[in-house]
Design a protein around this ligand. Structure first.
Ligand SMILES: *Cc1c(COP(=O)(O)O)cnc(C)c1O
Length: 395
């Protein structure tokens, strides 16, 4: 018997690190032994391994996923006066990187089923100022890249994948990071491949672009003291690279376990009316960074699960176009109905490779109980008995 009150955290990084502790400490020790702390051999080794993993010619290790987006946009020439198209239902950094380049984010709504950039809405948002498109592989599912690339090619736009949630996800058999002109990854600790701190990477098959990103992340230096460009300090740490190299070897196993758990949820949750499990598109192999279900009464369900010690999260409670920081862009409520509805309905359930199946079942049972409770409350409200009582009381 499991203890029914035992908390189920939303995320449990300790569970992952317990089994890797020795390996990780040995890897970190090697960095200290060589003092290759900023950039250097450990970063180079991880870059090679990650490029191979993504099926790309180049991976460039940087300071964070936000750095990766900013550096990739800079490297394709995005600057003041340009527009860059992206989606409003992402982490804020996707749009923020565009703004920090001096360009203007232009949003298009997402597909109702997959919640990724809707290619049917893309062309209408393109203007003579548009320079690039940033589709987001939301929750671990790759956006519909073929039509997006076709439209972008027709208009001479660069496509930069926001693959911060898509490590190892594939689309028609090709992995995230190699599906546009550049791919941007985050290794924030909670991501499917997470560092022991902040880190990110830019991937590309374009040799010139790779060279520009390499320079930009290191103060625009081609060689020491030869500053060809104005860049920034966006280098990856040696310790992070060493940790990531160890973890990368386990990523496919972890992804498989995430997928098994997603299917288990799907099986249990599809029996609950009114609850919508994530859609896995035919062409895209989902890596379930986030398992987001949709339902009406989401806030009530969140309260119910919290009351029973189940950790949940909301990705994302307010779409980017409605954030105060972007008030000046002039968007308002109703501009992107699919994203706005998703923001009101989505609830992220605990899902990680180490999540015990009995715990997952407990989450699903709690959700079914919540639904039954709601249905019963509705029935009570409309039953003839209740109406008669209300009438007798003069209600
Ligand atoms: C995490 C994330 C980022 C930012 O990555 P950081 O490493 O935290 O800077 C950008 N876009 C998306 C979609 C993300 O999930």
């Amino acid at each position: 018997m499991i203890d029914m009150q035992e908390p189920i955290p939303y995320l449990d990084l300790n569970a992952q690190h317990r089994s890797l502790r020795r390996e990780l400490i040995r890897a970190i020790d090697a960095v200290f032994a060589s003092s290759a702390f900023a950039g250097g051999t450990f970063v180079e080794r991880f870059e090679k391994a990650f490029a191979d993993y993504c099926g790309c010619r180049h991976a460039i290790g940087v300071g964070s996923g936000t750095d990766a987006l900013w550096l990739a946009l800079q490297a394709v020439g995005v600057g003041p006066g340009d527009e860059v198209i992206t989606v409003p239902n992402s982490f804020f950094a996707t749009a923020e990187a565009i703004t920090v380049c001096g360009a203007r984010p232009v949003f298009v709504d997402v597909d109702e089923a997959t919640l990724t950039l809707d290619p049917k809405k893309l062309e209408a948002a393109i203007t003579p100022r548009t320079k690039a498109v940033v589709p987001v592989h939301l929750f671990g599912q790759i956006a519909d890249m073929n039509p997006i690339n076709r439209i972008a090619d027709r208009h001479g736009l660069s496509v930069i994948e926001d693959a911060a949630q898509g490590h190892g996800a594939s689309y028609h058999g090709r992995r995230a990071g190699g599906l546009g002109r550049a791919g941007c990854f985050s290794f924030y600790p909670g991501k499917n491949l997470g560092a022991a701190g902040e880190a990110g990477a830019v991937t590309t098959n374009d040799d010139d672009l790779a060279a520009r990103v390499r320079m930009l992340r290191d103060h625009g230096q081609a060689r020491k003291h030869d500053h060809q460009l104005v860049g920034w300090n966006g280098r990856m740490d040696g310790v992070q690279a060493a940790v990531l190299e160890v973890k990368l070897r386990h990523l496919d196993t972890w992804t498989q376990r995430r997928r098994e758990r997603a299917y288990a949820y799907q099986e249990l949750i599809s029996r609950v009316p009114g609850l919508r499990a994530p859609t896995e598109a035919h062409s895209a192999r989902h890596v379930y960074h986030i398992y987001g279900v949709r339902c009406d009464g989401r806030d009530d369900l969140l309260r119910h699960l919290s009351k029973h010690n189940v950790g949940c999260a909301i990705h994302y409670p307010r779409p980017i176009h409605l954030q105060p920081a972007y008030h000046d862009l002039g968007y308002g409520e109703g501009c992107f109905p699919v994203s706005e509805q998703a923001a009101n309905q989505l609830l992220s359930l605990p899902l990680y490779p180490e999540l015990g199946m009995e715990k997952l079942q407990r989450v699903a049972t709690l959700i079914a109980d919540w639904h039954d409770g709601q249905a019963m409350a509705r029935q009570r409200e409309t039953s003839p008995n209740r109406l008669a009582t209300d009438a007798a009381l003069g209600g």
